[in-house]
Design a protein around this ligand. Structure first.
Ligand code: TYD
Length: 207
C-alpha cells in the first residue's frame, strides 16, 4: 500500500492557523480523501498529558531545555503511536505544528540552537513532512489584526519581542527547507489564504 502523505501547518500566534486547518479539513471531506487531523503538542493520550504539562501556567518557570525535551518526548510518542501507523495505513496525516515549531520557538527564540533540536528529535527523521504550510504573518500584523481576544492575550503574555524572534526563527527554518516548506502570505482575507493553500496542496498532489 502507498504510504499516506504527511502535511504539517506552522505559524506564529495569531496567523489564523486553526481557521485555515478547518478549511483544509473541509477540502479533504469534499473530496472524500481519508485523513486524520492531529496536533502538537498532543495527539495520543500520553502526548496530550505532556501538552497539559507544557501549557500549564504553573510551569512557567520551566527552563528552555526542559521545555524542548518535553516537546520532543511528546513528539516521539506521537510519531510512534499515531503518525507512523496512520501513514502506513495509507491515510493522509494533517498535523497542527510539528518539529519546525520546536526549531522556531525553542531552537531559535529560546536560544538552544537548531542542531540541539535536531538531535533530541531524532524520532522525527522517520516522519518527514511531504509538505509544510507556513502561514506567514508577522507578529506585528497579527497583533494589529487582533484575531480575537484570546490571541491578543497570548501575544501580550509572552511579549512582542519573543514573538518577533519566533517569526525570525521560522523565516530561517523556511530558508533552510525551501523545498519542503511553502510560505503562504496571510496578509489578505482568509478566503485568499484558503485559496493559496488549496493551490499548493493541489500542486503537490495532496488533494
Ligand atoms: P496551541 O494552543 O496549540 O496554539 P496555536 O493555536 O498557536 O498552535 O499552543 C501551542 C503552543 O506550543 C504554541 O505557543 C507554540 C508552542 N510550541 C512550542 O513552543 N514548541 C513546539 O515544538 C510545539 C509543537 C509547540
Amino acid at each position: 500500500m502507498e504510504r499516506g502523505k504527511f502535511v504539517t501547518f506552522e505559524g506564529c500566534e495569531g496567523a489564523g492557523k486553526s481557521r485555515q486547518i478547518q478549511f483544509v479539513k473541509e477540502l479533504f471531506e469534499e473530496r472524500k480523501i481519508p485523513y486524520v487531523l492531529t496536533r502538537e503538542p498532543g495527539g495520543p493520550a500520553i502526548s496530550e498529558k505532556l501538552r497539559a504539562f507544557l501549557l500549564d501556567v504553573e510551569n512557567r518557570d520551566m527552563t528552555a531545555e526542559c521545555e524542548a525535551l518535553v516537546y520532543a518526548a511528546a513528539r516521539a510518542q506521537h510519531i510512534e503511536q499515531f503518525i507512523l501507523p496512520a501513514l502506513e495505513r495509507g491515510t493522509t496525516v494533517l498535523c497542527d505544528r510539528y518539529i519546525d515549531s520546536s526549531m522556531a520557538y525553542q531552537g531559535y527564540a529560546r536560544g538552544l540552537g537548531m542542531d540541539y533540536i535536531a538531535a533530541i528529535n531524532r524520532a522525527a527523521e522517520k516522519a518527514v513532512p511531504d509538505v509544510t504550510i507556513f502561514l506567514d504573518l508577522s507578529p506585528e500584523a497579527a497583533f494589529a489584526r487582533k484575531g480575537g481576544a484570546d490571541k491578543k492575550d497570548r501575544l501580550e503574555l509572552s511579549g512582542m519581542e519573543f514573538h518577533r524572534k519566533v517569526y525570525e526563527g521560522y523565516l530561517r527554518v523556511c530558508e533552510a527547507n525551501a523545498r519542503r516548506i511553502v510560505k503562504i502570505d496571510c496578509s489578505g482575507t482568509k478566503e485568499q489564504t484558503r485559496a493559496r493553500i488549496a493551490a499548493v496542496l493541489k500542486e503537490r498532489g495532496i488533494v
